[in-house]
Write a protein that binds this ligand. Structure first.
Ligand SMILES: Nc1ncnc2c1ncn2[C@@H]1O[C@H](COP(=O)(O)OP(=O)(O)OP(=O)(O)O)[C@@H](O)[C@H]1O
Ligand SMILES: [Mg+2]
Length: 166
């Protein structure tokens, strides 16, 4: 079986700022791998590159057996992402957010509703699922964001500072 993540000599530059300078990383399937580093070390850059939101300038970068540059759609189908900053819609309720994420991933309406219910329950949001997210506390938003990253039951899950506010 292929590794979950294979990175060899990855480089990423923003203008003249070198954010990643030859990153190597290998993560086996079925494992949890933490990356630590000071502010500005390039952790978010690495996560965004692995999640196909940023293109590496050079190097080998594969996620779930697919190259992020050559086959970004294949990678996107297999991953979940919890970004450093919330990705949920303020105007929608928690339930509507989860439903929207599911529909964006082409999950059918009925299955989407069931999945939203399961996740609201699992993250302790069953009672507030119908409230608009702008009325949520910071920690509640973060829990909803986490739930959204799990909507598709992804093969590889990226969590950028997942404990913030929890
Ligand atoms: N969009 C951007 N444009 C220019 N420079 C950027 C951009 N995003 C990040 N950088 C720079 O790239 C470097 C790495 O930033 P990154 O956000 O990856 O760090 P990080 O390890 O996630 O930090 P933190 O612990 O603060 O979240 C920093 O020097 C940052 O200033
Ligand atoms: Mg960061």
């Amino acid at each position: 079986m292929t590794d979950a993540i294979v990175v060899e000599g990855a480089h990423k530059t923003y203008g003249r700022k070198k954010a990643l300078n030859g990153l190597d990383l290998r993560v086996e399937r079925g494992t949890v791998h933490g990356v630590l580093g000071p502010n500005g070390a390039g952790k978010t850059t690495a996560v965004r590159m692995l999640a196909t939101l940023l293109r590496p300038d050079a190097g080998r970068v594969e996620v779930a057996g697919h190259d992020v540059r050559r086959s970004p759609d294949e990678v996107r189908r297999r991953i979940g992402l919890l970004g450093q900053h919330a990705a949920v819609d303020e105007e929608l309720s928690g339930r509507q957010n989860l439903d929207m994420f599911a529909r964006l991933h082409h999950i059918g309406a009925r299955h989407a509703r069931v999945r939203a219910d399961e996740l609201l329950e699992r993250f302790g949001l069953a009672d507030t699922g119908r409230k608009a997210v702008k009325k949520y506390s910071g920690g509640m938003r973060r829990r909803l964001d986490l739930a959204a990253s799990l909507v598709t039951d992804p093969e590889v899950l990226f969590l950028d500072e997942p404990t913030t506010g929890l």
